[in-house]
Design a protein around this ligand. Sequence first.
Ligand code: GUN
Length: 297
Amino acid sequence: MSAQIISGKDLSATIRAELGARAAELAAEHGVTPGLATVLVGENPASQMYVGMKNKAAEAAGLSSRQITVPEATSQEELLGVVAGLNADPAVHGILVQLPLPGHIDEGTIIEAISPSKDVDGLHPVNAGRLATGSGKFFAPCTPAGVVEMLMRSGHDPEGKHVVVAGRSNLVGQPLANLLLRKAPGGNATVTVCHSRTRDLAAVTRTAEILVVAIGRPEMITADMVRPGAVVIDVGTHRVDDPGSEKGYRVCGDVLFDEVKEVASAISPSPGGVGPMTITMLLANTVTSAARAAGVG
Ligand code: GUN
């Protein structure tokens, strides 16, 4: 059996076109152009690349975007000042401070300084809390939101199914479990969360009708860990040495793709899977924030 490929790249193209239309409508009918501000501290090459991709995607979808880059030595007070300025700016509907931050800055303090109504990363405790309690308007973190969107749009509604989430991070595993448990579209699943300390991880992952892997180890999930016919979503992205290739490296996920695609009924690749969807959901949250600012969200 060869699996259906769930392409985050293709789904993203569709969703970004929808968001572009919505952004144009908000501008034409309400005079509000959705605005994203990204904040980059220092010169971490991976962070530079990710922030650049986010701003480029925002502009391509018709949003306005602004990147604020400050030196590595910026103090916590100075960074709090940048965040306060963006909180007060009516042209900015979404604020993303790229993580990780330098060691002398407390990430929690910065995240909590972002206005929850502009926290399109969904990391502020108010947003995390509202997701967990199901009360009020919130922004879901972009990677878990992207996973749910991929499942829904590829015909794999998690409702009533047993979903196993491998990984328990604040950024992915934990909010994803909460999203899947919600009494709402994209939710209503039976959810098991497992992680690096789980006894006999393979015995747990094999019970999944839908397996989402966000464990952070290259190609750790092998075919024997997957129930035949399962839907597999791979959140991992890693650069691994590959002396045989032109670049000397290749990019892979947490799942051993070539092997698992023979057992799964559907699988997302990496690259080209969850990665593009994460950026797409950042744009979606920013458009939603702008719609709320215009009184129509
Ligand atoms: N660094 C890696 N992933 C993320 C993310 O989702 N949001 C932010 N702000 N930083 C990140």
